[in-house]
Design a binder for this molecule. Sequence first.
Ligand SMILES: [Zn+2]
Ligand SMILES: [Zn+2]
Length: 492
Amino acid sequence: MAAYLGIWRYTKTLRIAMIIAHLLLLVLTAASAAAQPLRPFEAPILAAVDARTERFGQISRQIWEHPETGYQEFKSAALLRDELKANGFRITENVAGIPTAFIAEWGSGAPIIGIIGEYDALPGLSQQDIPQRQARVEGAPGHGCGHNLFGAASALAAVAVKHHLESTRTPGTIRFYGTPAEEGGGGKIYMIRANAFQDASVVLAWHPLDRNEADNNPWLANVSGRFRFTGRSAHAAASPDAGRSALDGIEIMTHALNLLREHVPQETRIHYVITKGGDAPNIVPETAELSLIARHPDQRQLESIWERVLNTAQAGALASGTTMNFEISSSYTNMVHTPSLVALLDRNLRATGGVHYSPEERTFAEALRKRMVDLPEDLPLGSEREIQPPRRDLVYASTDVGDVSWVVPTGHFHAATFPPGTPLHTWMSTAAAGTSLGRKGMVVAAKTLALSAAELLHNPQLAAQARQDWLKSINNRTYKSLLPADRKPAPR
Ligand SMILES: [Zn+2]
Ligand SMILES: [Zn+2]
């Protein structure tokens, strides 16, 4: 009996223990499901990107090896266009009459999720993929803004999403926007004017940088102008009284401009170069030219600052007895953010994770960082592995993705393609953009884009929510570009 009771007790204890263990398992499963919502698309999307990283990595390197500046990106655009076409995308060429602008899309109906790609290079930044200053071709362009990675990652994401939609028979459209001439040429503005973005539900974009973060800051609206002064030439010693110096016009203008700086809002930026100042000191300059960019995070304020810049030019002409004319060659708006898209990108960046360097890549990053000045203390080497919270402090730069954000809800983020601290538009960023460090950041970008696009396509309610949020953000204001309506796309 005692033995029987012993067995009974033992069995009972075992049963209770099993019930407790089972309950515990249920609680743990529920807790982990709450922390990580079930996302059946996540693993197949990440696998679809992984399967193509080598191919698109090669494309990014090919674009890096053949850097082409704005509106001249014939080879770069063709590489991306042909790859998308080979993956079954329908191609619309010559968008807005621009030979290097195109749209590639797959699927049908709503939601239409667009992914932006850029591929233009910067003049004079040719550089080898080594951590010392050495040009590949002296004086030639280079990818100092990492647009070789930008275009390739975005196309990779579009292709991965297409294959996922196809295999899961998910309705909707995935669209790649091939947008030329971001560096001052404003390709997207002409594409907006050609209604290329009008029917998109949501557009996603990213930019290569030295950190991973969803973007939540307004960037700077800008206006680029060219001011030409015309006077009267004369012998500068024999008959200076007969001359009217165009250079004097510019000098008076820049003096007034530099006084103006004290009386504009803090965040304003005004920078200029004198592109023509005369030919010889013994000739009173008949013509002179100044190229200027003014920027402010709010386009409405920028408009009034721009009026005052024009006044300084008119003052220069009046006081020097010359005539002045100007043209606006480029103008970008500030960026409008949609809170639910900031959250979407932050969520998917975290699901993707940051960049992990191999020992050789770390050595490269250390060597490059030795060449940098004023390294940010909050971005040590190793921070490329982390995801930063969305930043609200100002980025002092401009992009024509800002213009797109006024016509369609737009989500924007950064991926760490460059070692922490690397400044953009330098030989250092050009070098990193050609290496495996850059390509690892590119994969982070492609995965984040693809996960976000898939989430929007599987859950169209999210796209509808984004539109509601976006309407609140733009608050009844309408898109206005300061670029003249008759301006045509042209290389700078
Ligand atoms: Zn740039
Ligand atoms: Zn850029």
